[in-house]
Design a protein around this ligand. Structure first.
Ligand code: ATP
Length: 236
């Protein structure tokens, strides 16, 4: 579904992503783990078309989509739930979801059905649908960010640090949601600092260090890799 061939992304002189090769197959949950500043968010933004690729290629369904702008990638089935959530705090929950469906156009009569489906998945958003998004708790805002991305009806969901700043019980809920999404057939590329939980859920994983892929394997292979354990899982 997604293939990166030697992708590099830079901010001026800073090379944030260097020659990354990565693949995501249909139905997989793939995770990218790495320290702060390793280039994980930059990589997801590159896949979503929000950062320009300096060299290399991004293939979606086997076709070169490297230069395709973000809104057209949404139409190809790629949606990003960004780090820091990026919701509109002064809009209601409902309006945030409608904005998520913007790319589908005003003539799409199934937008309300999609919203109902998301309300079923996240009952708390339904209860709070007329509340300003900025007044939601951190966990609810994260759910809204995921639901908003799902409003585009993606085939590939890019999730950037969904657990960031949340309490353990809420993190467990977010990971449960990711499992349910996978069961429904959605393909997921997950960036996480909660490496333990991310590797436990992932079919495959990549470790990113200063912009480069330094290890890859199945989730359980990396969970049992002593170097990965020492660097990212806080034990040896
Ligand atoms: P974090 O978990 O802290 O978000 P990350 O792995 O997602 O880290 P990135 O945010 O992708 O890392 O950052 C990779 C590198 O690019 C870092 O050195 C960062 O300082 C730099 N960087 C990120 N965004 C910009 C920007 N807009 N302008 C300049 N440099 C940037």
């Amino acid at each position: 579904m997604l293939k990166l061939e030697s992708v590099s992304i830079a901010y001026g002189a800073i090379q944030a992503v260097r020659n990354v090769d990565l693949e995501v197959n249909p139905g997989e949950v793939v995770t990218i783990i790495g320290a702060n500043g390793a280039g994980k968010s930059t990589l997801l933004k590159g896949i979503a078309g929000l950062e320009k690729v300096v060299s290399g290629r991004i293939l979606i369904d086997g076709e070169d989509k490297t230069g395709v702008p973000p809104h057209k990638r949404v139409n190809l089935g790629v949606a990003l739930s960004p780090e820091g959530r990026g919701i509109f705090p002064d809009q209601t929950v409902r309006d945030n979801l409608l904005l998520g469906a913007y790319s589908r156009g005003s003539r799409d009569k199934t937008v309300n059905d999609t919203m109902e489906r998301e309300f079923e998945r996240f009952p708390r958003l339904k209860e709070r649908q007329n509340q300003m998004a900025g007044t939601l708790s951190g966990g609810e805002q994260q759910m809204l960010a995921i639901a908003r991305a799902l409003m585009t009806k993606p085939r590939l969901l890019l999730l950037d640090e969904p657990s960031l700043g949340l309490a353990p019980l809420i993190i467990a809920e977010i990971f449960r949601t990711i499992r349910d999404l996978r069961k429904s057939g959605l393909t997921i590329l997950l960036v996480e600092q909660m490496a333990n939980q991310a590797l436990a859920i992932a079919d495959r994983a990549y470790v990113l260090e200063t912009g480069r892929v330094t290890s890859q394997g199945t989730g359980s292979e990396l969970l049992n890799d002593s170097k990965v354990r020492a660097a990212y899982l806080g034990n040896h």
